[in-house]
Design a protein around this ligand. Structure first.
Ligand code: AMP
Length: 293
């Protein structure tokens, strides 16, 4: 499954992306996260992006397209991915189309989380206050001033993507102002309706996916997941054996009935013969008696 989450900063893309990762065992590709890691590591890309990010602007298209192109090729992205924060401009979307075409990958959906801008500012202010209370480090670009600038660049450069994907019949819009769980459910329903996920996996990451998502969660969980997915084939084999037995029964059933009918017919024949024999004997006796007289 390959999807794009579209929405302004603070719309909940990151939260929903993490839930999708848990549920379907696919990877989250967040350009914001990758750029922050590059800044922290002091790589050439990080040095280029640092100032731009701190001021709330957008990093050049070629830089982010290069990052995404490399990341999509990693083995863990083979099973599918959620793009969070990319594409952010029409040229990025065009470059992504080319990339996917070249790799023979299909984009399943573009999900827009639609939110109310003034509520976003409140959300970010509350989140920042809570993080400060917990003594957590607050992102440099999470201040109301920078957020206002990020919202402006969303409106000017990213919002045109709504039209871009809607024209290509890829866009679905979900009300991002609902409670987090409600949004998650709406996304799941949408993915089901689009056929991007199977109804069977509803509520749980299945087999390989379960093992993959647990692989990141540490050895204890990993072992548990491995045990569970190892059990699965056994279950399937048991199930298969059961249905084979049932199928066998279904075949042997009519055979038995046929045998019974043959037996019944033979018994009737014997009985008829016995009656005939008895009658013949009785007739002989009567003839003999008559002859004696
Ligand atoms: P995010 O975590 O997605 O809000 O991204 C944080 C910052 O990283 C943005 O404000 C941009 O400066 C930069 N950034 C992230 N993704 C992109 C992108 N696709 N194109 C350009 N800049 C980006």
């Amino acid at each position: 499954m390959r999807i794009i989450l579209l929405g302004p900063p603070g719309s909940g893309k990151g939260t929903q992306a993490q839930r999708l990762v848990q549920r379907y065992g696919i990877v989250q590709l967040s350009t914001g996260e990758m750029l922050r890691a590059a800044v922290a590591a002091g790589t050439p890309v990080g040095l280029k992006a640092k100032e731009i990010m701190a001021s709330g602007g957008l990093v050049p298209d070629d830089v982010v397209v290069g990052i995404i192109s490399d990341r999509i090729d990693q083995p863990d992205a083979k099973n599918g991915f959620i793009l969070d924060g990319f594409p952010r401009t029409v040229p990025q979307a065009e470059a992504l189309d080319e990339l996917l075409k070249h790799k023979h990958f299909k984009l399943d959906a573009v999900i827009e989380l639609r939110v109310n801008e003034s509520a976003l500012l409140n959300r970010v202010e509350t989140r920042v206050a809570q993080m400060r209370e917990r003594g957590e480090e607050v992102r440099l670009d999470d201040t109301p001033e920078v957020l206002t600038k990020r919202l402006a660049s969303y409106r000017n450069q990213t919002e045109p993507l709504i039209h871009y994907y809607s024209e290509r019949r890829k866009l679905s819009t979900i009300d991002g102002m609902m409670a987090i769980d409600e949004v998650t459910r709406a996304i799941h329903r949408l993915l089901l309706a689009l056929g991007a996920v199977e109804p069977k996996v509803h509520g749980k990451a299945h087999g390989k996916a379960r093992a993959r998502s647990a692989a990141k969660a540490g050895p204890a969980k990993k072992a548990k997941a491995a045990k569970k997915s190892a059990k699965k084939p056994a279950k399937t084999t048991k199930k298969a054996a059961k249905s084979r037995k049932a199928a066998k029964k279904a075949v042997t059933g009519p055979k038995k009935a046929a045998k019974k009918t043959v037996k019944k017919k033979a018994a009737k024949k014997t009985a008829r013969k016995a009656v005939k024999k008895g009658a013949k004997k009785a007739a002989k006796k009567v003839t003999k008696k008559r002859a004696k007289r």
